[in-house]
Design a protein around this ligand. Structure first.
Ligand code: GAP
Length: 464
């Protein structure tokens, strides 16, 4: 990945702060690297994306079950999964100012192919061959230590009252482990027939060496995962179907296909037999991983059976066969998904001779569905009526805003930047003549009059 020269990402980051989508975590204390907060508009977009994902992966499928597992897990989980030994990124440190770099990413940035799965010895060879081209981004020195693998698991002292730090309980390095630990409970309680899937949106934490690119590489994030449990060796067709399904989902919600690309991993992570990423063409970053789709074979359940001593075989009632199911996984970071949808929707154009920025989000995803304005702020009969319309629409749609600040043009610009698909204005015709309001369409700027009585039904049809 070579960074693209364009400032769209800076504009999106600035819009996110200005309009209450995303804030730097702990900003009043100078910020905490790799942690972001979703603001009032951001949490709406995030929740809409989660709802759309849940709808597609639980409600619209017949054989998928939802789950919400606890974050803390028995420490053996991470031994069994391989994370305590194999979950690391390559790190080198500037000898002058101690700035730490993630070696594979720094190599990528100068056009050298490398990734975190290459072993330490080989990475040191590649790094040594290119050291003369790699400068510390902080002090400019070209004097780095040798590369070492740095484990990304975040330790906690949950339940440890000794202060010795022995037997740490880890925060989840990947959310999906909760699904594997509950696999037996789901089989026993729901009696699913293979193949079946489990879907979960859960938190993950990683001690990322150099968090960067806004929400792209952070230390705390959510992962939307599906794990599809299949008969051994019946992975090929199911894997292709799942890949296609995930691609189609992005396109159906408005992501332009030309901004998506497949990438197959050459070096596989310790648990995977095959791995493909759906890449998105992120502004200022270029094509990079949005979602991972992994063929995990029987690795996870076999390991957990070994470490827990509990039989995790599936008993096929139809054939009386007993086996450890294989697993096909889809996993996407909600932050990366959020960035992809925001970037794809971000548009600059000219409307009525004025430049504007707007988010062309599908109405179902838009954080605010409708904004209601009185034409004039200083006319009580307009304000009163507009507040009544606002309250009624709020009951129907929830995410509705009232705005009487500045002139109508300014209010439109503000709502365009948020991606609000419809703005309703109450004017003198509404209160004195025919009880109609104007509805203005975000993308075209066109307005039409609709009777107040039919307003909710009209908007409902457009928004759904
Ligand atoms: N359970 C599989 C797994 O965790 P992964 O490729 O390490 O696989 C899956 O992560 C997805 O999680 C990625 O495709 C990405 O969307 C997201 N992700 C991973 N690390 C991230 C980070 N540091 N910040 C934000 N998102 C991240």
């Amino acid at each position: 990945m070579v960074e693209k020269e364009d400032n769209t990402m800076d504009k999106i980051i600035s819009l996110c702060k200005r309009r209450g989508f995303v804030f730097q975590g702990s900003e009043i204390y100078g910020g905490l690297a790799g942690v972001y907060d979703f603001g009032p508009r951001g949490v709406e977009l995030l929740n809409n994306l989660k709802r759309a994902w849940w709808n597609a992966n639980v409600y619209q499928k017949e054989n998928y079950y939802g789950l919400d597992a606890g974050m803390f897990k028995h420490p053996k989980t991470w031994e069994a999964s391989g994370h305590t030994t194999g979950f690391s990124d390559p790190l080198a440190e500037c000898r002058k100012c101690n700035t730490r770099i993630r070696v594979d990413k720094v190599l990528n940035a100068i056009g050298v192919t490398a990734d975190e799965k290459i072993d330490e010895k080989k990475l040191n060879e590649i790094f040594d061959a290119h050291r003369d081209k790699i400068k510390c981004e902080k002090c400019g020195a070209k004097d780095f230590t040798a590369v070492r693998k740095f484990n990304l698991l975040v330790k906690t002292n949950l339940g440890d009252f000794t202060s010795k730090g022995e037997d740490p309980v880890y925060l989840p390095g990947e959310a999906c482990q909760g699904i594997y630990l509950d696999y037996k409970n789901i089989v026993d309680s729901m009696r699913p027939k293979i193949p079946f899937g489990v879907a979960q949106i859960g938190k993950a934490f990683r001690n990322e060496i150099s968090p960067r690119n806004f929400l792209f590489r952070v230390r705390e994030f959510e992962q939307a995962d599906t794990q599809f449990f299949i008969k051994p060796h019946e992975n090929k067709k199911a894997y292709e179907d799942i890949k296609q399904d995930r691609w189609n989902w992005y396109v159906s919600l408005g992501i332009r296909p030309e901004n998506l690309k497949w990438h197959q991993h050459e070096n596989l992570v310790f648990y995977a037999a095959d791995a493909w990423d759906i890449e998105y063409n992120f502004p200022s970053i270029g094509f990079d991983e949005l979602e991972g789709i992994h063929d995990r074979t029987d690795y996870d359940l076999t390991q957990h059976m070994k470490f827990s001593g509990i039989d995790l075989n599936y008993m096929d009632q139809d054939t009386s066969e007993k086996y450890i199911p294989w697993i096909l996984e889809t996993s996407v970071g909600m932050g990366r998904m959020f960035m992809a949808f925001l970037s794809d929707a971000y548009k600059e154009d000219e409307l009525g001779g004025e430049k504007r920025v707007y988010l062309a989000l599908k109405p179902t995803l838009a954080p605010v569905k409708v904004a209601v304005f009185p034409l004039l702020k200083n006319k009580p009969q307009l304000v009163e009526k507009a507040r009544e319309v606002y309250k009624n629409l709020k009951k129907e749609f929830g995410a509705v805003e009232f705005d009487d600040n500045g002139n109508i043009g300014k209010r439109y610009r503000r709502q365009d930047e948020i991606g609000t698909p419809f703005c309703v204005t109450v004017d003198f015709d509404t209160v004195e003549k025919d009880q109609t309001v104007t509805i203005r369409d975000r993308d075209t700027g066109k307005q039409e009059r609709v009777s107040e009585k039919e307003l909710a039904a009209y908007l409902k049809e457009k928004i759904s």
